[in-house]
Design a protein around this ligand. Structure first.
Ligand SMILES: [Zn+2]
Length: 104
């Protein structure tokens, strides 16, 4: 690989044109060749990299993901944690009718 990018005046390694070039400076462990290229040729190599990216097989999936549980839609019912919003409990009468109405 390369350890840095430098700028200098040199011949492009791809087309041979002399001028301002960007130089990929090799790290000495794995690669020993610095690569200098003019702007036009580096743009071409970028397209080549994009082409390789498109042709790359998809990465294998890491285990089959379980599908997410389908969520129930939020109901209109108030949550049990909400405070009581009905009429005052003192204003509400008993559901059981008074004794005299029951007999009538
Ligand atoms: Zn070039």
């Amino acid at each position: 690989m390369f350890e840095r990018i430098g700028i200098e005046r040199a011949h492009c390694c791809f087309c041979g044109t002399y001028g301002l070039v960007a130089v990929l400076v090799a790290d000495s462990e794995r690669s020993h060749v610095d690569v200098a290229g003019c702007e036009r040729c580096w743009r071409a190599t970028h397209k080549a990299a994009d082409l390789l990216h498109q042709l790359r097989p998809p990465a294998p999936s890491k285990g089959k993901r379980t599908p997410n549980k389908t969520r129930k839609p939020a109901s209109e019912a108030p949550r049990s944690t909400e405070p009581y919003r009905g009429p005052s409990k003192h204003e509400v009468g008993s559901l059981v009718p008074p004794a005299e109405e029951r007999t009538a």
